[in-house]
Design a protein around this ligand. Structure first.
Ligand code: ATP
Length: 513
């Protein structure tokens, strides 16, 4: 299936089955803002829970926080967001469409890489087993040209953006002959900087109320509470502070469903370390975070690292964990070694000391920080797109199944009386009562059993328990597995243990040990 079609199918499946709705849809929606439906909220809560367990509760030296969305406005001056949280935007005069200038150039570079890749694949076919891809990459003139073109474009773009040379960025777009992907027009406006923070007002405007921002990241709530947590929690370095919560960005282009939203949720952890030890911890967290993703068991080849060559001015190392979405490999999570930049800036702007006295070396210092930052909604999309399958069955019928990692599935067990009579619903209710204290279960007695199985495949329910006439005789039920569709007969007293083995968080978290 074509990847565009696949992406469309995933987004419409998400709506049809109560995972994600456009915000205020009865008024035609609000661009890049979405609501989570009855199944979506369960999946989202489960992802958050998996993160919180793994990051906070399974690390003795990491604690959590929940800070306010509104913060003192000086926070955003200190963090650099007021002056520098900008994206360069450009409009096409003919189509009136707006783009991020850097994304246009990045897409152009990506196309060059794809062209090079195509040449390599063609040659591989031609030469067969004796083909040396590395050698071909280094020597074939056409491949070399494409690769050099990509590299040169990105390098020049980065240089111009760093120096704020927006005219040069426009010139580069023109020089490369980049056209509006929608209309094909090359009639561009100048490039302008656009601040991504949403502003609002606290107090009455008439009385000179103050300008506030909706936080564009959750990290700053952690930095400004560094001392509070360190002192009240008697934390010793190295230690971490984690939080999950909403963040807001007035994204210029937001067209990829929940990949890029204007209101979204982040899960961030700042790990405070002794200066000089940051690279050790940066390596540690890079590895740990990939392990966390892989434990979900979607497919290892869907993930890769992307090490940053161009670093933000405050960082001394940075990498993304990328996920292969239907529209290509894109950032899922960032791991950044942020030096002492943030705490130092807050010291400077607040006049307060944000230091740690390290008894081991008898010295006070501003700690260095290694950050892990992942978007909850992006993770949600990665799980959904990694789990979506259309399958042809032996009887030549088809099914759509979401092979969501069992612990994250919105409904863990569906309990289904085969018929709505003969005392079967009563036994099914009894089964529900045994399971619902621990797991989100669903009782379903409507329609033929096959249709009920399909409904639960489509929302990713790992197990279906069917109560039938034999249950009345020998207290056994049919247990059906979502992925293999295998059905086995299980005594009721074994049910809880089997459910636990399949869907509990414990099984998932054990993989991290
Ligand atoms: P991008 O380059 O995609 O704009 P970023 O580098 O600005 O992302 P960070 O500031 O590092 O992103 O934010 C950390 C994480 O928050 C990202 O890895 C991503 O998962 C998530 N995130 C950032 N912006 C958005 C958004 N607009 N919608 C959904 N998730 C987002």
């Amino acid at each position: 299936m074509n990847q565009d079609d696949l992406f469309k199918k995933i987004s419409s499946h998400a709506k049809e089955y109560g995972f994600i709705f456009p915000s205020s849809e009865i008024y035609d929606g609000l661009a890049a803002v979405y609501d989570y439906g009855q199944n979506g909220v369960e999946l989202k809560n489960n992802i958050r829970h998996y993160w919180w367990k793994a990051m906070v509760q399974m690390h003795e030296n990491i604690v959590g926080l929940d800070t306010a969305i509104f913060m003192h406005p000086t926070t955003w001056k200190a963090s650099g967001h007021v002056d520098a949280f900008n994206d360069p935007l450009i409009d096409n005069k003919d189509s009136k469409k707006r783009y991020r200038a850097d994304v246009l150039l990045e897409d152009y570079a990506e196309k060059q890489l794809q062209k090079a890749e195509k040449e390599i694949q063609k040659a591989a076919k031609r030469f067969g087993e004796s083909f040396d891809a590395q050698m071909f990459r280094e020597t074939n003139p056409r491949v070399k040209k494409y690769l050099a073109e990509a590299e040169e474009t990105l390098k020049r773009m980065a240089g111009h953006l760093e120096k704020g040379e927006l005219d040069e960025v426009k010139q580069l777009i023109e020089e490369k002959g980049i056209a509006d992907p929608v209309s094909g027009s090359k009639n561009w406006t100048d490039v302008r900087q656009f601040n991504l923070m949403f502003g609002t007002q606290m107090g009455s405007v008439a009385e000179g109320g103050s300008q506030l921002y909706l936080r564009p990241e959750t990290a700053q709530g952690i930095f400004v509470n560094f001392l509070n947590v360190q002192k009240t929690g008697r934390m010793k370095i190295p230690f971490g502070i984690a939080q999950t919560g909403k963040a807001f960005r007035n994204e210029i282009v937001a067209r990829q469903f929940i990949f890029r939203m204007r209101e979204f949720e982040q899960m961030e952890m700042q790990f405070f370390v002794r200066p000089g030890e940051e690279m050790k911890w940066y390596g540690y967290w890079k590895e740990q975070r990939l392990k966390w993703h892989l434990a979900l068991g979607l497919d290892d080849s869907l993930y890769r690292y992307h090490d940053h060559e161009k670093l933000a001015h405050y960082a001394n190392a940075a990498a993304d964990i990328e996920f292969r979405f239907p529209f290509g490999f894109k950032e899922l999570e960032g791991i950044h070694s942020r030096t002492d930049f943030d705490l130092k800036r807050h010291e400077e702007y607040s006049g307060k000391k944000l230091q740690f006295f390290d008894p081991e070396i008898n010295e006070s210092y501003v700690p260095y920080v290694v950050e892990t930052s992942v978007g909850l909604d992006r993770l949600f999309l990665s799980v959904l797109s990694g789990a979506y399958r259309e399958e042809k069955l032996d009887d030549s019928s088809e099914r759509v199944v979401l092979s969501i990692p069992p612990a994250l599935a919105p409904v863990k067990v569906a309990v289904l009386p085969l018929l709505k009579k003969d005392g079967l619903p009563e036994i099914a209710r009894e089964v529900m009562q045994g399971l619902e204290l621990e797991y989100n279960c669903q009782y379903d007695e409507k329609d033929a059993i096959g249709r009920r199985y399909r409904r639960h495949d489509a929302i990713g329910t790992p197990l279906c328990v069917t109560v039938d006439h034999q249950t009345k005789e020998d207290r056994s039920v049919t247990l059906r597995d979502r992925d293999s569709m295998e059905q086995i007969r299980v005594p009721l007293e074994e049910l809880e243990e089997r459910v636990k083995k399949k869907v509990s968080f414990t099984e998932l978290l054990l993989k991290l040990k």
